[in-house]
Design a binder for this molecule. Structure first.
Ligand code: ZN
Length: 446
């Protein structure tokens, strides 16, 4: 199968940031086999798509997500103790494989329609998330969460590690889905489990680590109270900071800790919006990137960041770095687009497969309409993407050489069914919330 996209403004995000103003891309089966500027190659193809001067860019990468939590979107917004009042009781009682599947489908639908072609995820019943991503045609690094707060799918860490084994076995030969082990955070696993995770990954090098790290003040207090140190030091002692491990947040990191993270070869998921909404602060993204750490953009779960749209992360990521630096200079638009694409792919260990438009890479690409009035004029395509484009500008999305979105409609998921199932779950949650509030909140076993 050969597809030719022509008449495209192309942002390649290759090493030289090559751009083509009247470009074309030739896709054969799963791969990009040629691309260039000017007259398109004269050869027989099965499908020709004239993109009419629209932008074609690499598929975007979401480096940290909790997909099923789309069902908690906007729940208890602005309530400071909502985690303990609503979310944890609801998770304990209501999170089942069915619910995970329904929430993950909603998340996958939102992501493909917004031009996100690969995501990292960590949650419970993660096999279900992997299956949803696979059927949606997406790439995913799917992390089974391990935690000590009585989560819905394991009542002991032994059981949790068993779920990781199942995940690893199911996706071992899957080219698009990678199994991952996701200890929730230092304070919810403890050093013994972090050590055990490090050992597990040494024995299973195809399973990568994801963890929340140095995210908030309560984590710092916990660490200093119990271990007289800071989270990065504690994690480092356990060996969990191994090459390729994805650490989410990394807000509370000193220059010395940044050097440690860089030396260990870990990567970072930057959740600008969710950090800001929780009032937690601004991660030192520039300093981390300058030390050689790959930092990708991330939505976090929809409970924390509301949207899984990577366009929505771009402007805040740039603005917060400018606020921190006190000038316009930090994090220019092109660097932000890099974090949303090829650098995000590096965070997930997928940069040889995706993240840029180059010969030999898988055809993961997005067509973005430039027709909206707010997209006119365009002096700097990267600034247009970061500060004015949004997810509704996405027209077509191809992953692995397959169209998953055409003309703004999902092809790999049934939109009406996904939305109907999610609405049903939301109705039951609304009832339970009223019950919790009527009883004064935080009622066990609601
Ligand atoms: Zn998270």
């Amino acid at each position: 199968m050969r597809t030719l996209l022509k008449n495209a403004r192309i942002v390649t995000m290759n090493r030289d940031f090559d751009e083509f103003s009247a470009g074309w891309i030739l896709v054969e089966d799963q791969f990009i086999v040629a691309l260039g500027d000017g007259p398109d190659p004269e050869m027989a193809v099965d499908e020709t798509v004239d993109v009419n001067g629209d932008l074609v860019m690499p598929g975007m990468v979401n480096t940290h997500c909790h997909m099923p939590m789309t069902l908690f979107r906007g729940l208890g917004e602005d309530v400071d103790d909502r985690l303990f009042r609503y979310i944890l009781p609801l998770e304990r009682e209501a999170v089942t494989p069915d619910l995970v599947r329904i929430g993950a489908r909603l998340a996958a639908l939102e992501m493909i329609l917004g031009g996100v072609t690969a995501t990292a995820d960590m949650y419970y019943f993660e096999q279900e998330v992997g299956r949803v991503l696979d059927r949606a045609g997406m790439r995913g690094v799917v992390g089974q969460t391990l935690a000590d707060f009585n989560p819905p799918d394991h009542n002991s860490f032994d059981a949790g590690f068993g779920l990781v084994d199942d995940l690893r076995d199911e996706f071992r030969d899957n080219d698009r889905i990678t199994a991952s082990i996701a200890p929730h955070a230092p304070y919810s696993t403890g050093p013994e489990i972090m050590e055990r995770v490090a050992g597990y990954v040494a024995d299973n090098p195809d399973v990568c680590i994801q963890m929340h790290l140095a995210e908030m003040k309560s984590e710092m207090d916990w660490c200093s109270k119990h271990y007289k140190c800071r989270p990065v030091e504690l994690a480092d002692r356990t060996g969990i900071l191994s090459p390729g491990a994805i650490m989410a947040h990394c807000l509370e990191v000193t220059p010395g800790e940044i050097s440690t993270l860089a030396e260990r070869g870990i990567t970072v998921a930057h959740n600008a919006r969710s950090n800001a909404k929780a009032g937690r602060g601004i991660a030192p993204v520039e300093a981390m990137r300058q030390s050689g750490i790959a930092v990708g953009l991330a939505s976090d779960g929809a409970m924390s960041g509301n949207t899984l749209d990577i366009f929505a992360q771009m402007a805040p990521a740039s603005m917060f770095a400018k606020l921190l630096g006190g000038s316009r200079k930090p994090m220019p638009a092109r660097e932000i687009v890099k974090m949303a694409t090829i650098e995000g792919a590096r965070v997930l260990g997928l940069n040889n497969k995706t993240g840029s438009l180059e010969v030999g890479k898988y055809a993961d690409l997005v067509r973005v309409s430039l027709a909206a009035p707010r997209m006119m004029p365009i002096y700097d395509i990267y600034a247009a993407l970061v500060f004015t484009a949004n997810a509704t500008d996405v027209q077509d999305v191809m992953i692995d050489g397959e169209w998953v979105v055409r003309k703004g409609e999902a092809l790999s998921l049934e939109t009406a069914r996904v939305l109907r199932d999610a609405a049903q779950i939301a109705d039951t949650f609304s009832l339970k919330i009223r019950l919790i509030d009527a009883k004064g909140g935080n009622v066990p076993g609601v």
